[in-house]
Design a protein around this ligand. Structure first.
Ligand code: ZN
Length: 287
């Protein structure tokens, strides 16, 4: 059964570790993440972007697949199914479809409008016992080949949003989505510290977890980060392993073209990435 992310993140914040959000793209992705979380006895959050939602034929398809897999694979660790960077309308659709958690990314709105829409979603998610992530300060990343620098959120605005009663808060601290450029200055721990001071017990979320050095991840967890999003790293691992399989000509040997064989090395590579992250985040045996 799917659960809200509230309890797992409250425990993570108290216990000074972080729960990974791993984004899913298809059946293999979902299976790899669920099996690894179970094997490591770790809580886990499955992230779905609106684009991935469309790709997987809608939110209801995803809810059906994930619930079926939890039952079919005998998954007993806490699993939250979470909309990543949702619009207001997208959040409502996911709630209706049976997601247990949603993110409303109102960071591109003026703060007043972000507050207004977040407030409405706090009311709805509270009523249903779902978790809600809000965002302040946009997170940089590649758009049309241009890598935008990660913004740093205003700690006072973070407090305003946190006080609305959201479950967890994503705040820009110089982090970006996708691969980090060679000249990236690193995370702004001063900003993170200031946000943590103002927001207290609120679990903080670090987006763009791919390629942030391990020491920075550990320091961020020390400073109150309780949820870390990983997406690109699983994609890179899957692509590299699949490339290796094809370049070695294995798809041309025997039944090597069978999708169950062709996609197996990539699936194993996702498992290895997830395993490594769960270890680094410290959520193993915290289910
Ligand atoms: Zn993000």
């Amino acid at each position: 059964m799917l659960v809200s992310a509230k309890e797992m993140l409250t425990k993570a914040k108290e216990g000074h570790y972080a729960v990974g959000q791993f984004n899913i793209n298809n059946l293999e992705w979902t299976k790899a993440i669920l099996l690894t979380a179970q094997e490591m006895n770790s809580p886990v959050i499955l992230g779905v972007s609106e684009g991935a939602g469309k790709y997987m034929c809608g939110y209801k398809t995803i809810v059906g697949m994930v619930n079926g897999m939890i039952e079919g694979l005998g998954i007993t660790v806490p699993v939250a199914l979470h909309l990543d960077h949702g619009s207001y309308e997208g959040a409502l659709k996911c709630i209706e479809a049976g997601f247990s958690s949603v993110m409303f990314d109102g960071s591109h709105y003026p703060i007043e409008e972000n507050i207004e829409k977040t407030k409405e979603l706090v009311r709805i998610t509270n009523e249903l016992g779902l978790s809600l992530e809000a965002e302040v300060g946009s997170i940089g990343g590649e758009e049309d080949g241009v890598v935008g620098a990660g913004e740093c959120a205003d700690p006072d605005e973070c407090k305003m949003i946190a006080d609305l009663g959201v479950t967890m808060l994503a705040a820009g601290i110089g982090n970006i989505h996708g691969k980090y450029p060679a000249n990236w200055p690193g995370l702004s721990f001063d900003t993170l510290d200031a946000i943590q001071q103002k927001t207290g017990a609120m679990p903080l979320v670090l987006h763009g977890g791919t390629g942030i050095p391990a020491e920075m991840i550990k320091k961020a967890i020390d400073l109150g980060v309780s949820k870390i999003n990983v997406n690109t790293e699983c994609q890179l691992a899957f692509a590299a392993a699949t490339r290796e399989y094809v370049e070695a000509g294995k798809d041309l040997q025997g039944k090597g073209f069978d999708p169950r064989k062709l996609l197996a090395p990539g699936t194993e590579a996702i498992k290895a990435t997830v395993r490594e992250k769960i270890e680094l985040f410290g959520s193993a045996n915290k289910a």
